[in-house]
Design a protein around this ligand. Structure first.
Ligand code: FAD
Ligand code: SF4
Length: 470
């Protein structure tokens, strides 16, 4: 038995982080890979709790203490095998999950004030290192069937569904309107959280497993939904949530006010050298920027602006720091890189002031908790202030936009446009059209990568049962 009190002598260590000054101009991941010895040391801090709360809080219910033990014992390939039993994209979740709200937040060491085991860093280490050393998913026992499933969307939900289907002998054909797989992993999340090479590696692995990608293909434009229904045994939709949420105040359409996702995608494409002809690069170099919002998208806009050389980046959010939706780790990273936060500030108008913009903000206080326990911001009378800037980036989030073909094919949506496809029914994640399944942001509304992965996997199990493979 190992030293169960290792955590007393060995602090939590998420891996070396580049200095903020260095990061401020670099679009590269900010955490260096964990060396083998550090991964084993961190894994060795795990208490192997009888009832591992980390597993319960992890949305895919990873067998965390089990793979930590394998890492400690130096059994890397076995750890990779076990990690893939519950998660189709462990190297990606290890990088982008808000661990402080999920697995690491629930770690007994964290609850006891000793600093959580750095579960995310070890999860990333396992797959990165196993791939480097030549490990590949074992497909030798797969018995191929004659079934084929069309998947719309190569985001985390679609990729996870494809992973489970192909491992069970069903051929997945994944359609995406973009030229690369990943959905928001590629065209949303910037490289300082997730380098694009990680997704390219995963693509190569999936293609070797037998997943077929048909990219630059939009369903509803290049290929009809009817064709998919006719040519495939089932269809999975993981099309995400892309409809902009507006603030609903005057001035949102002024020149210089930019929507968050087009800004991030424009910059990612610029670095990938795939900006569409005629689209100018959106640069904040030398500009004063105000970012409105408090989620992951807002943090990514803040930190992208900093890296472009913005003169000043101010982020305004209508609740306090403790009640913001984004990952605490990313807020800390943004602060280190020089973003200034204005908590409890709500925008009420954007005005033109000569060549500049003015963002009118009012101060808020948190009111009583609502039915879900969230405290609504209440405006403090007479608290208006104006912040001058060159650009405002609006990052209020996204909602789902139902597709035009849904009604014709009997696919139901709820009052917020989300596709109805519940986990607890005969065939998990089946929509109101029996041949069609759905998961991820399209079903949940804008959420997290790991939850999209979980739903893609669940839906694949639903399809396997529906197709009689299971
Ligand atoms: P998506 O990733 O949106 O993928 C949907 C795919 O479907 C897209 O590739 C799209 O092109 C394709 N598609 C849609 N319609 C069609 C069609 N008709 N034909 C063909 N293809 C189609 N989550 C985290 O956990 N951690 C983070 O740090 C984090 N940061 C984020 C930062 C930003 C800027 C944003 C916007 C989101 C972030 N998220 C983060 C949320 C996370 O990215 C999403 O929850 C997740 O990607 C949802 O996965 P999905 O597969 O449901 O959809
Ligand atoms: Fe933690 Fe996310 Fe990995 Fe689950 S998938 S163990 S929540 S980092």
């Amino acid at each position: 038995m190992g030293d169960v009190f290792k955590f007393l002598n060995l602090p939590r260590d998420p891996g070396a982080k580049f200095e903020a000054e260095f990061r401020r101009s670099k679009f590269i991941e900010i955490y260096a890979p964990l060396p083998k010895s550090d991964a084993a040391d961190q894994a060795g801090r795990c208490l192997s709790c009888g009832n591992p709360y980390c597993e319960w809080e992890c949305p895919v219910h990873n067998y965390i203490p089990n793979w930590l033990k394998l890492v400690q014992e130096g059994k890397l390939f076995e750890a990779a095998e076990m990690s893939h039993k519950t998660n189709s994209l462990p190297e990606i979740c290890g990088r982008v999950c808000p661990q402080d709200r999920l697995c690491e937040g629930a770690c007994t060491l964290n609850q006891g004030g000793f600093g959580a085991v750095t579960i995310g860093s070890v999860e990333k280490y396992i797959t990165d290192e196993a791939f480097k050393q030549g490990w590949r998913p074992d497909m030798s026992q797969v018995v191929k069937t004659d079934k084929q499933v069309a998947i719309i969307g190569a985001g985390p939900a679609g990729l996870a569904a494809a992973d489970i289907l192909v491992r069970n002998g069903v051929k997945p054909v994944v359609f995406d309107r973009y030229e690369e797989i990943g959905g928001l992993l590629t065209f949303g999340i910037p490289e300082f959280k997730l380098e694009k090479e990680v997704i390219r590696t995963r693509r190569a692995i999936m293609e070797d497993m037998g997943v077929e990608f048909r990219l630059n293909t939009e369903i509803g434009r290049d290929v009809d939904f009817d064709t998919l229904l006719k040519d495939y045994d089932a269809v999975f939709m993981g099309m995400g949530a892309y409809q902009y949420l507006k603030g609903g105040f005057p001035g949102e359409n002024l020149p210089g006010v930019i929507e968050a996702l087009p800004f991030l995608v424009n910059n990612i494409r610029q670095r990938m050298d795939t900006l569409p002809e005629g689209e100018a690069h959106l640069s904040m170099a030398g500009k004063q920027v105000v970012v409105l919002g408090g989620g992951d998208t807002a943090m990514d806009c803040n930190r992208t602006s900093i890296r472009q050389g913005a003169a000043k980046v101010t982020c305004a959010y209508r609740r306090d720091e403790a009640n913001m939706p984004g990952s605490k780790r990313e807020v800390q990273n943004a602060k280190e890189e020089g973003v200034e936060f204005l908590w409890n500030r709500q925008p009420v108008e954007i005005v033109q002031r000569g060549s500049k913009l003015g963002v009118k903000l009012v101060t808020t206080q948190l009111g009583e908790p609502d039915a879900k326990g969230r405290r609504a911001p209440v405006v403090v009378a007479g608290s208006e202030e104006i912040i001058e800037c060159d650009h405002v980036i609006v990052a209020f989030g996204f909602q789902v936009q139902p597709e035009s073909w849904f009604a014709k094919h009997g696919i139901s949506t709820d009052e917020r446009g989300r596709t109805v496809a519940r986990e607890r029914q005969t065939y998990k994640h089946q929509t109101s059209n029996p041949k069609v399944f759905a998961g991820g942001d399209q079903v949940r509304g804008a959420d997290l990568v790991v939850r999209a992965v979980f739903e893609g996997r669940q839906a694949a199990e639903g399809m396997l049962a529906y197709l009689g493979v299971w």
